[in-house]
Unconditional design. Structure first.
Length: 489
């Protein structure tokens, strides 16, 4: 595509030379990925400034530079006020506005995003639709999986991916949308059709100034649904009516609102809820009829996840019977209340619970069917919200018979300081601090007897532990399985 054509979508910019005859084959924000014929966009990020890598980009084949300040180079340079905003606009143009053609669902909230996206994937697949999913665990296009580095990638990656999904005949794209992504503008240019809100509880206060600021970031997804209506492309805001922030979200959007819940009156509601050790059942009442739901997903938090996914699917005109069949067949989501079975006579469960609210939800579920002791292995990540650390420990102590407090992903923090934050001021004393996560899991398994339950919380699907700036192979499920096998021997 001609550079002049790409730039046609920008309202104001300056150039150092003519752009009409410059043919762009690729757009990149990482100088290491630049190839011959690329437009290199300088982004000033948290840790690096793309302006410092212009020469490397040119050496790798960049034939034009888009930047926020003057750079002394021999290739055409385009100067804009904000390159982070500009990249979203030109990427959408370069990849031919893919989400104008591809129906897109965004899911935001503190907890449940991953589960809701995978429930939606199962529902649409049951309806014989090809799906694309972008989220915490991975990116999927149909049955093909790809790794991702952020819950919600940057605008350039997203537009390129949505174009690939469109080219591969995806019928529905489903994406987790983090508060960071909304606040940083990573989803600028994404034309959402349905926005789903799960819930809000304390998290990310290392980034957001307050819970109000955190909530405001979430509300941007609903504001960005647009302000006009179309019969050809109806848009919906799917909102948890039982969350106290529901009214703010409703006021944030001009689009059609679909509510769900279990307590406050909502359009999609669960009634006659029956929670068991191995399954969950309830009657789902909706604007298009009522149906009995039965699922292997357990716990009240999963009732809400199923309602959120169902409300979004109903908004997308999926029949109730299809939703029922999909929820019945799904076995679970990686690292979300995932059992580790090594033939032992006690239960071991790995869950991604890394916020006070999600940890409490999981432990409440476990206490509902626990016959004997409950053990919890829990830690908190480094370089993240410090205020939730004592809350996590206190919640674990509230529900567990024994708590093993350990490292999560300490990153660049001293693990001992994280553990001190977690244990400071604790009034209960039925806990043990074991810094090494491997040893902590082995210790919990060594304590377990018949019918006991071990919850290993915080990392879920992750297959690494981040210490310093290095990621080491570490999977809670594998370590738990090793510990169980060692105990059985």
């Amino acid at each position: 595509m001609k550079l002049s054509e790409i730039l046609s979508v920008l309202p104001f910019y300056e150039t150092t030379s003519a752009t009409e005859n410059v043919e762009i084959s690729n757009i990149e924000v990482d100088s290491r990925k630049v190839t011959e014929g690329s437009l290199f966009v300088c982004i000033n990020g948290f840790t690096v400034d793309g302006h410092d890598y212009v020469n490397q980009a040119i050496d790798n084949g960049a034939i034009a530079i888009l930047a926020e300040r003057s750079i002394d180079v021999f290739v055409p340079t385009i100067l804009v006020a904000d390159s982070s905003r500009a990249i979203a606009v030109i990427a959408e143009k370069f990849y031919d506005f893919p989400t104008k053609k591809l129906p897109l669902i965004g899911v935001t909230g503190t907890n449940g995003k991953t589960t809701v996206t995978y429930l939606l994937e199962s529902i649409f697949n049951q309806y014989k639709m090809k799906t694309g999913v972008i989220g915490t665990i991975q990116m999927k296009i149909g049955s093909d999986s790809y790794p991702v580095t952020n819950t919600t990638p940057d605008a350039l990656f997203l537009q390129k991916t949505f174009r690939q999904m469109s080219d591969e005949n995806v019928d529905k794209a489903i994406m987790e949308v983090s508060s960071h992504a909304l606040d940083l503008g990573r989803v600028y240019g994404c034309d959402f059709d349905i926005a789903v809100f799960t819930n809000l509880s304390q998290d990310h206060l290392d980034y957001h100034k307050s819970m109000d600021d955190y909530m405001h970031a979430k509300s941007l997804l609903f504001a960005q649904l647009g302000n006009s209506y179309s019969n050809e492309q109806k848009k919906y805001a799917v909102i948890n009516q039982d969350d106290p922030n529901n009214d703010l979200l409703k006021r944030s959007t001009a689009q059609h609102v679909v509510t769900y819940g279990c307590h406050n009156e909502a359009q999609v509601m669960a009634a006659d809820i029956n929670l068991e050790v191995t399954k969950t059942s309830f009657t789902m009442n909706t604007p298009v009829g009522s149906i009995q739901i039965e699922s292997q997903l357990i716990g009240m938090f999963n009732v809400y996840n199923m309602l959120a996914a169902s409300a979004a699917a109903i908004s997308a005109n999926v029949p109730l019977q299809i939703i029922k069949d999909a929820l019945f067949e799904i076995k679970g989501v990686s690292g979300r209340f995932e059992p580790v079975d090594g033939g032992q006579d006690f239960a071991a469960i790995v869950d991604y619970a890394h916020t006070p609210d999600s940890l409490e939800n999981v432990l409440q579920t476990i206490k509902g069917f626990a016959k004997q002791n409950v053990y919890v292995v829990v830690g908190c990540g480094g370089d993240r919200d410090k205020t939730k650390r004592p809350l996590m420990a206190a919640i674990a102590l509230k529900y567990a018979d024994q708590v093993i407090i350990t490292s999560d992903n300490p990153r660049t923090e001293d693990p001992k300081s994280i553990l001190d934050d977690m244990t400071e001021g604790l009034e209960e004393n039925h806990y043990k601090v074991i810094e090494d996560r491997h040893d902590a899991i082995f210790h919990a398994v060594s304590l377990a007897k018949a019918d006991d339950i071990i919850l290993i919380a915080g990392k879920g699907h992750e297959t690494y532990q981040e210490i310093g700036n290095v990621r080491y192979n570490f999977d809670d499920r594998e370590v738990a399985r090793e510990a169980i096998q060692a105990k059985e021997k």
